[in-house]
Design a protein around this ligand. Structure first.
Ligand SMILES: *Cc1c(COP(=O)(O)O)cnc(C)c1O
Length: 383
């Protein structure tokens, strides 16, 4: 029985779709017109919502989508998205017919896989992208003999067509480029080998966000633009070296559910680890670690915005709630911004990532499905 999908809670994520479009348009400008932009929307659009961000990306010029799993590709098809989609992870060979039926491209790098899949794919043709491991050490064919043998096997199977080939960089987001150059050189040699064999596929790609922005001349004819389509830097070190200023799309908000003045010596939250030193105004915020707002925020002196001020989180973060210390009394329902702006103050995803000692990628991905996502074409939120 389906109940309404209305949200009844005052904690929500706001996604600025105009900023997503801006980031896509900016990366488009760095590349020739015949270079396709694949919008990578795996992991539910890095926590931003896959279908809604895919639509925004397509409106801004993305013409291809990347996901990690076949499920994620099917979700886009169910949402009515009919542009090409590539599954970047390994799909089981017995699931190839599902991909073929829904016109979903698969990543393949095992000759054995081709043989297995050919037993199933009798109906619709299956389009594949051959993955080459040039130094990431994760997925892909490694040496020339393997690659030649793989290409010969593809040629023998009429129901499988190689639409693309690609590799993935391990260090495109680092200032030191020696390893990146080695991977690029290796991939270029493999591309030449494939061309010599007369098997050159239509799409050749290697650039993730970092490479697409920093090395546009090394991206062949498609880029796989993930983290930066959401306005997030691939790595803090290279932010100042990017050719345009990214605009973050993800903001996180809530509202105070209780505000009280406590006398000195009052302890707050589990373990009574925080105790007020004077009369203090304490606000309760209905977000906790079950929402992906991890306890580590409090352990690392996390702050949020309320009434335009930066206010500290006090005491341990609970499963569904946490407390903050306010500079003075605020009304119940006052907006709290955990990520985003209020008046002159901004707490960016980048700041939150550095607070947690992690990368930008983890922050929106970690905010759980329990927090509803709201889509707006501009920063509609006014505290
Ligand atoms: C996730 C992923 C990308 C996108 O990387 P970003 O750094 O987010 O741009 C590209 N290619 C592959 C194979 C991936 O798994």
């Amino acid at each position: 029985m389906a109940f309404s999908s209305e949200s009844y809670r005052d904690t929500w994520v706001e996604i600025n779709t105009e900023n997503i479009k801006y980031n896509i348009r900016e990366v488009r400008k760095l590349h020739a017109e015949d270079v396709a932009v694949m919008a990578v929307v795996k992991a539910d659009g890095y926590g931003h919502g896959a279908a809604a961000t895919a639509v925004a990306a397509a409106e801004a010029g993305a013409s291809y989508f990347g996901v990690a799993l076949l499920e994620e590709a099917l979700e886009l098809r169910e949402a009515g998205i009919d542009l090409p989609i590539l599954v970047l992870g390994r799909t089981r060979p017995q699931d190839a017919p599902v991909a073929a039926r829904h016109d979903i491209r698969l990543t393949v790098f095992q000759e054995e896989w081709l043989k297995e899949a050919s037993r199933y794919t009798a109906g619709d043709p299956l389009l594949i992208h051959m993955k080459v491991d040039t130094g990431m050490g994760r997925l892909g064919l490694i040496n020339d003999e393997e690659i030649i043998s793989f290409l010969n096997a593809v040629t023998r199977i009429p129901s499988i067509e190689m639409e693309g080939m690609y590799t993935h960089f391990a260090t495109a987001d680092e200032l030191e480029t020696t390893y990146f150059e080695q991977q690029y050189a290796r991939f270029s040699r493999v591309v030449a080998l494939v061309q010599q064999m007369g098997n050159a596929p239509q799409l050749i790609h290697c650039g993730n966000s970092a490479a697409a922005m920093r090395f546009p001349e090394r991206c062949f004819n498609m880029v796989r633009f993930g983290i930066s389509m959401y306005g997030l830097t691939p790595a803090a070190d290279i932010t100042g070296h990017l050719p345009f200023t990214l605009k973050e799309a993800f903001t996180l908000h809530s509202r105070l559910t209780q505000v009280k003045e406590v006398p000195p010596g009052t302890s707050i939250s589990y373990g009574a680890t925080y105790t007020s030193t004077g009369n203090e105004w304490i606000g309760t915020v209905p977000i906790g670690y079950a929402d992906g707002w991890l306890r580590a925020h409090a352990d690392n002196q996390g702050e949020v915005l309320a009434g335009g001020y930066r206010v500290p989180i006090v005491g341990r973060i609970c499963m569904d709630q946490m407390m903050v210390r306010l500079p003075h009394e605020f009304p119940v329902d006052t907006a709290v911004t955990l990520i985003g702006s209020q008046k002159e103050e901004t707490i960016s995803v980048t700041e939150v990532a550095s607070r947690l000692g992690t990368i930008t990628y983890e922050v929106p991905c970690t905010i759980s499905k329990r927090v509803p996502r709201v889509y707006t074409p501009e920063n509609r939120f006014e505290p």
